[in-house]
Each structure stands twice: as C-alpha cells, then as structure tokens.
Design a protein around this ligand. Structure first.
Ligand code: RP5
Length: 164
C-alpha cells in the first residue's frame, strides 16, 4: 500500500540535495510518506506560492524547506499556509551558511518558521521534528520515536568506554 504523503520537502536548488537527502533518509526510516520539490523563492516565486497554498488541501501536514544564501524559501512558504513550516539553512558559500541561517530564522512576529541547525544536522532534525508533529496524532509513529531515542541512547552507552 502506498503511504499517504504527509510531508512536503522543498529545496531552493538541486545543489541543496546532498543536505536535504538527510531529510528524506530520516522520513524513510520512520515510514512517513513525503514528496520532494525543487523550487526557488527567487527564481520561481509563483510556483512556490502555488505549492504552499495547495499543500493543506492535498493532505500535507508539515512543510520542510531548505535553502542557502539569501534563504527566503521557508519564509515565503510560511507566508501562505497555516501548516507548520520547518526551515533548514543550507551551508557553504561565502558566509558558510550564516546567511541562510539568519535569513531563515529572523522572521517577523506573526509568520513563524521553526528553524533548525545549518546543514546535515538541521536536515535530520527537521525530519525528526516533522515526525514528532505527526506523532501527536499517530500512536504507531510515537512508538517509533520512543524506540529511536532508546536505540540512540543505547548506542552511545555501548561506545562510552574508550580503551586508550
Ligand atoms: C538558493 O541558492 C538555493 O537554495 C541554493 O542553496 C543556493 C544556490 O543555488 P544554485 O545557484 O546552486 O542553484 O536559492
């Protein structure tokens, strides 16, 4: 059976894919249905708005937007939907992702974007946060999160003694 698509993953450019793959990898691990789009707030603004405006009626429950540089993608999406929007600042470039971080996080009051860390960790955490949001109304997903946390802790404990 095909999983219902509940998360929309958007990135500003195909060049963001190596980071945003950490989103899709994590969503896959939790068996959450998602779609992936490459659309830019600057290069294709109309298409971005069409996507965000139609997301809710298409069954999407969370949007994850990753962009680098003058990263307005998450903010533009948040301007035109009431769904939760998670922003992933993409690193690299002249300012090593600080530009994307500040562009994504510094939203004016009234238009929230939940902004994650720059790069791979932020991408992974965006997916986990999306799973946590969905798990509020999905017991099975909530159990998978509990198992994930437990496995993560067990791995750290099992590697915690170093024989140097
Ligand atoms: C942003 O500009 C994209 O999200 C990407 O991180 C950055 C560079 O895009 P490309 O020039 O590689 O397409 O909009």
């Amino acid at each position: 059976m095909t999983k219902a698509v509940q998360v929309c993953v958007v990135m500003g450019s195909k060049s963001d894919l190596p980071v945003m793959e950490h989103v899709t990898k994590t969503l896959k691990e939790f068996e959450v249905g998602y779609e992936v789009r490459v659309l830019s707030a600057h290069r294709t603004p109309d298409a971005v708005l069409e996507l965000s405006r139609s997301a809710k009626e298409r069954g999407i429950r969370v949007l994850i937007a990753g962009a680098g540089g003058a990263a307005h993608l998450a903010g533009v999406i948040a301007s035109s939907t009431t769904l939760p929007v998670l922003g992933v600042p993409i690193g690299g470039g002249a300012l090593s992702g600080m530009d994307a971080l500040l562009s994504t996080v510094q939203m004016p009051g009234g238009v929230p974007v939940a902004t994650l860390a720059i790069g791979n960790a932020g991408a992974k955490n965006a997916a986990l946060l999306a799973v946590q949001i969905l798990a509020l109304s999905d017991e099975e997903l909530a159990q998978r999160l509990t198992d994930f946390k437990q496995k993560q802790a067990e791995k750290i404990i099992s590697e915690s003694i170093l024989d140097l």
